[in-house]
Design a binder for this molecule. Structure first.
Ligand SMILES: Cc1ncc(COP(=O)(O)O)c(C=O)c1O
Length: 386
C-alpha cells in the first residue's frame, strides 16, 4: 500500500493554491455566519432568495398536508419510489415547456452524467462548448461517443467541426449551457438551433443557472429566446433558483422511455423524497409571479459590471453571475479575503477551474438582498479597493 501518495497529492494541491476545505457556516436568509462574522452571501445559487422566504414556505405548508409528505422515497423510481408527486411535476413541466415528455432526476449532476452516456454509442459524436460544467464533462467521459470541443461561444468554430465531422457519425449531439456558470454569459440559442437543423444534429442545453431566472415565466433562456420547441433536450436544475433539489429534462416521448430503460444514474439511485418533489412543483407553478425579482437581478448585475469596469476590472456576461477577473490565483484569493473582511462573502475561482491568469471572484447575486446592501457593495468596490 502507498499511503504517502495521497499526502503528496494534497501537498501539490496546497502548493498550487487550490486546497479546498468544507466551511463551517450558518445561514440566515441572504446572510451567512462564519467564524463569528456576519456577511452578505454573494456566493449562493439561491438567485430568487426563495430558500429563506418564510411567507412563501408557510403558504406551501398551508396548501399541503405537509405531515403526510414523507422524507424518503423508499427506493429507486424503477422499484417502488415513483410516487405521485413525480408524475404531477413531470406533467406540469411537460405542459409548461410544450414538450411531449419530462423526466425528473436526483440532481443536475445525475442528469448530466446520465443522459448523454445513455443516448450515445461509438457511432456518435458529442460536440461541447469548451466551458461546459464539470458534470457534463463527466457525462461525456462516461459515454462511448467521440468527443470534440468548440471554443467558448464560437459558432464559427462549431460550424467548422460540424462541416468536417458530421458525415462520419450516425448521431451528433451539440451540448451547451445557456448561462455559463463561470463567465455569466448567455449562449446564442437561436444560432445553435439553426446549426443543429442545418447539420441534422441534436441540441442539449443545460439551463441550470437560467431556470427561474430568465424568461417571462422563469422557464429559462429557451423561453426568453423563444426557441423551446427547437431544443431536443432542455435540462434544468432545482437546487438553484428553485430553492429545492433535483433536476429535469424535457424531451420527446421516445427519449424519455429510452432514458427510463437505460439511464444508470436514474435507475440505480434512490428517488427524491415526496416532500421535496411536492415543494419543487409548488415553486414551479408560482414561478411566473417572480418576474420582478428576475428584472431586479438583471438591473443589479448590470450595475455591478459597470462598477467593476469603472475600477478597471475585466468582467464578462449579461446575467446574475458576475465575474471579477483578478488574474493570478493568489490575487483572486487576496481579493476574496479583502471582500470577506469587509462583510461580503465571496469565493475565489482559480486555475484549473478557469483558464490560467483568469482567476476570479464570482459574484452570484440574490434578488432578495435589499438595494441598501447592494449599495454598500458598490460603495466598497468604488472606494475600498486600491
Ligand atoms: C451548469 C450546471 N449544470 C449542472 C450542475 C449540477 O447541478 P446539481 O447541483 O443539481 O447537481 C451545476 C452545478 O453547479 C451547473 O453549474
Amino acid at each position: 500500500m502507498n499511503i504517502e501518495r495521497y499526502a503528496n497529492k494534497l501537498n501539490t494541491i496546497r502548493e498550487a493554491g487550490n486546497y479546498r476545505h468544507l466551511r463551517e457556516v450558518q445561514h440566515n436568509g441572504f446572510l451567512i455566519h462564519e467564524g463569528g462574522n456576519e456577511l452578505l452571501n454573494l456566493s449562493s445559487n439561491d438567485y430568487l432568495g426563495l430558500s429563506a422566504n418564510r411567507r412563501f414556505k408557510e403558504e406551501f405548508f398551508l396548501e399541503f398536508d405537509v405531515k403526510s409528505l414523507n422524507f424518503s422515497a423508499v427506493s429507486s423510481r424503477l422499484l417502488s419510489g415513483n410516487h405521485e408527486y413525480y408524475l404531477m411535476l413531470e406533467n406540469d413541466l411537460r405542459e409548461l415547456y410544450g414538450k411531449e415528455a419530462a423526466l425528473v432526476f436526483n440532481s443536475g449532476y445525475h442528469a448530466n452524467i446520465g443522459i448523454l452516456p445513455a443516448l450515445t454509442s461509438k457511432k456518435d459524436l458529442i460536440i461541447a462548448d469548451k466551458s461546459v460544467h464539470a458534470s457534463i464533462i463527466d457525462g461525456i467521459r462516461l459515454s462511448e461517443a467521440e468527443f470534440a470541443r468548440y471554443r467558448h461561444a464560437d459558432m464559427e468554430h462549431l460550424r467548422s467541426i460540424l462541416q468536417e465531422k458530421r458525415e462520419q457519425y450516425e448521431n451528433v449531439f451539440i451540448v451547451t449551457e445557456s448561462i455559463f456558470s463561470m463567465d455569466g454569459d448567455v449562449a446564442d440559442l437561436l444560432e445553435l438551433c439553426d446549426l443543429k437543423k442545418e447539420f441534422d444534429a441534436f441540441l442539449y442545453v443545460d439551463e441550470a443557472h437560467a431556470v427561474g431566472v430568465r424568461g417571462t415565466n422563469g422557464l429559462g433562456c429557451c423561453e426568453e429566446q423563444a426557441c423551446m420547441e427547437d431544443i431536443d433536450f432542455i435540462v434544468g436544475t432545482f437546487g438553484k433558483a428553485f430553492a429545492s433539489v433535483g433536476a429535469f429534462v424535457v424531451c420527446n416521448d421516445l427519449f424519455r422511455e429510452y432514458l427510463v430503460n437505460t439511464q444508470r444514474s436514474l435507475i440505480f439511485s434512490t428517488a427524491l423524497p415526496p416532500m421535496n418533489v411536492a415543494w419543487t412543483r409548488y415553486v414551479l407553478n408560482r414561478m411566473p409571479e417572480f418576474y420582478e425579482l428576475r428584472e431586479k437581478l438583471l438591473t443589479v448585475s448590470e450595475r455591478l459590471r459597470q462598477t467593476l469596469r469603472e475600477k478597471n476590472f475585466e468582467t464578462t456576461g449579461s446575467s446574475h453571475i458576475v465575474p471579477m477577473i483578478c488574474g493570478e490565483n493568489e490575487t483572486a484569493v487576496e481579493m476574496a479575503e479583502l471582500l470577506c473582511d469587509n462583510g461580503f462573502f465571496v469565493l475565489p475561482v482559480r486555475y484549473p477551474t478557469v483558464p490560467k491568469n483568469q482567476a476570479r471572484i464570482r459574484f452570484s447575486l440574490n434578488a432578495a438582498i435589499p438595494d441598501e446592501d447592494y449599495d454598500c457593495l458598490f460603495e466598497f468596490l468604488e472606494k475600498g479597493i486600491e
